[in-house]
Design a protein around this ligand. Structure first.
Ligand code: SF4
Ligand code: SF4
Length: 383
């Protein structure tokens, strides 16, 4: 039986979060493990260099609450993540509030540039930052958000961050559809899973709509935790309104590990059938459906009528070139006089990385008339 504890928590007041996490650790019998550890590496979701109120990254006060509990147990603490693309990790540490935490609590922030790598061969060749593999134990501090490409992003997807920024681009190129990409994410989780001592999800303020970076900031008022990342994702995604068994990353991980969803047990402040009343998952479901359709073998024919392409808004673009440098399909160019990147539609693999990476929200998806009709019809049939 894999326990998941979900606690109500309506603010980022550190003592309140600490109480919630203390209850989660107690009810999952995590304290005996914690007491046996001398060091822990914290793995927040630092997708990019964003301030905490954008709800893209794990909130620093939740990280602070965990740090205070670990310090009470005299555990040495370090923290690391690899943001997406060419974003500087040190800048991400600064803007997300992690740098302040390091100064306040004396924890170590690991700079990936100075950290080595290991490589693993599974469905692809994976380059992994050494610190995660060398850690005595990892506490996963994920964020509750929708995701256009993977539907939902929570505990397991957070481990995609053990791959250094630009190496992620190559993996997207090798996995040009959501299902293949989910297999890669599960491979990566399998590389690290023995090191993962505990998983928490920051759902106090999360994101719905077009997550993981361009969606809507929503107050969900909860913190969830489990020793088991799959069980945690099962309930967190269910709370958002998803059918967890239809989320490829959750399904593939459970299949590979031979886990039965009936072996997951929820307790805490919420009932088994609880669904967040204000959570919009339709936008990510629509985008995911269209991306799946456009990456099937008949894509040439389908694309003619049901196309979707990234659109780069010249009024919002600041010509930073982050998307151009990262683009796995090498489909973007930005010349000196351009106001926004130019797209080569033949090269675009619809990975959505440009949407995810752009800090200015300058990238959106343009759909054909028939594409919009199809998605609306699909939604109506589900109603
Ligand atoms: S679209 Fe966004 S990421 Fe790309 S160059 Fe413009 S501002 Fe930078
Ligand atoms: S243009 Fe955007 S969606 Fe297309 S391949 Fe490049 S990053 Fe991916």
């Amino acid at each position: 039986m894999h326990k998941v504890i979900a606690k109500k928590c309506s603010s980022y007041d550190i003592p309140k979060i600490k109480n919630a996490i203390d209850s989660i650790f107690t009810k999952t019998d995590f304290y005996p493990t914690l007491k046996s550890l001398s060091s822990v590496l914290l793995k927040p979701n630092l997708l990019g260099a964003y301030p905490p109120d954008r709800a893209i990254t794990t909130h620093p006060n939740l990280v602070a609450a965990v740090i205070e509990i670990l310090k009470d147990h005299k555990i040495a603490i370090s923290l690391m993540d690899n943001p997406g693309g060419t974003v500087s990790t040190m800048k991400a540490y600064q803007l997300t509030g992690m740098e302040n935490l390091a100064k306040l609590y004396g924890i170590t922030l690991i700079n990936p540039v100075k950290n080595g790598i290991y490589t693993y061969n599974k469905n692809a060749k994976y380059i992994v930052s050494k610190a995660f593999i060398d850690a005595e134990a990892i506490i996963n501090l994920a964020k509750l958000k929708t995701h256009m490409y993977t539907l939902y992003t929570g505990a397991i997807k957070n481990f995609y961050g053990i791959i250094p920024g630009l190496a992620k681009s190559n993996l997207h190129r090798l996995a040009p559809n959501p299902k293949k990409f989910a297999e890669f994410v599960v491979d990566i989780y399998e590389i690290i899973q023995d090191k993962v001592a505990f998983n928490l999800i920051d759902g106090i303020i999360g994101m719905d709509g077009n997550g993981p970076s361009t969606g809507d900031v929503k107050k969900f008022n909860l913190v969830l935790g489990s020793k088991n990342a799959i069980a945690l994702d099962y309930y967190a995604s269910k709370f958002m309104g998803f059918e967890p068994e239809k989320i490829p990353i959750t399904r593939i991980t459970a299949e590979r590990e031979g886990l039965d969803f009936n072996d997951f047990k929820l307790s805490g402040d919420f009932e088994e059938n609880f669904v967040l009343p204000n959570c919009n998952i339709q936008a990510s479901k629509r985008k995911n459906l269209l991306l799946n359709l456009l990456t099937v073998p008949l894509k040439g024919v389908i694309k003619r009528f049901f196309w979707t392409i990234p659109y780069f808004d010249p009024k919002k673009c600041i010509q930073c070139k982050a998307c151009v440098k990262f683009c796995p399909g090498k489909a973007l160019t930005l010349d000196a006089n351009d106001l926004a990147p130019k797209l080569d539609t033949q090269k675009c693999i619809l990975c959505m990385c440009c949407v995810e990476i752009c800090s200015e929200h300058a990238v959106s998806l343009k759909k054909s008339f028939l594409g919009k009709m199809l998605i609306q019809e699909h939604d109506a049939s589900k109603a």
